[in-house]
Design a protein around this ligand. Structure first.
Ligand code: ADP
Length: 186
């Protein structure tokens, strides 16, 4: 599914984040930045050991923040390591921290002149964030940013399977309806 928001193409794709040819891909990292399972493990495996050597130098990253490294053996030139929150239904800060992980990633990319970026669904794996709650936050944060800044040609969400994709597709349809944007759906 694709939507044009101002000058940016917003795209939802089913696939593997490590295979994307966008200038940057985003890692669903943990605050140690020393690798892990899921997206994190897949990115480190595909990028090679030089990536861990660089992230070791960074000294970690707070939840809701992000750090940038090179992409090494990946097709993407950069990896942006975003740290989403561990889900807790009774903590009101959790949705803000998830939004912040997306926003900080976009800010870092913009500062580096990156014009195309691919995100996974942050926090919805090991960190337990329910997809139906996470998808509108992820998409809403990205839509707000790209409505405000003409920094990107392409922002892509890479969803690992059909059921994750369909939750994001529903959330995007709703969001575009609410925003009454000039977006076009394909
Ligand atoms: P977190 O710890 O932030 O929850 P995970 O990596 O455990 O991060 O999961 C985040 C999401 O990424 C989940 O929806 C998971 O299915 C998905 N995922 C796992 N591997 C990949 C991959 N190679 N490409 C894209 N998405 C992936």
């Amino acid at each position: 599914m694709r939507a044009q928001i101002k000058t940016t193409q917003l795209e939802l794709l089913q696939g593997d984040i490590t295979r994307q040819d966008t200038a940057a891909i985003v890692n669903a990292a943990n605050s140690s930045l020393l690798g892990g399972g899921g997206v994190d493990g897949a990115i480190h495996r595909a990028a090679g050991p030089e990536l861990l050597a660089e992230t070791r130098q960074l000294g970690g990253c707070a939840t809701g923040d992000a750090r940038i490294t090179k992409g090494y053996r990946l097709r993407a030139q950069y990896v942006i390591h975003a740290v989403g929150p561990i889900y807790q239904s009774d903590d009101p800060n959790v949705p803000q921290l998830l939004a912040s992980a997306y926003r900080r990633s976009l800010e870092l990319a913009r500062e580096h002149g990156i014009r195309s970026i691919a995100f996974p669904s942050i926090s919805t794996g090991a960190y337990g964030y329910p997809l139906e709650e996470a998808a509108p936050i992820a998409l809403g944060t990205v839509c707000d940013f790209i409505s405000q800044f003409a920094a990107f040609d392409l922002v892509r969400f890479v969803l690992f399977n059909e059921s994750i994709y369909s939750v994001y597709a529903d959330a995007l349809r709703k969001l575009l309806h609410e925003y009454k944007t000039s977006a076009t759906l394909e």
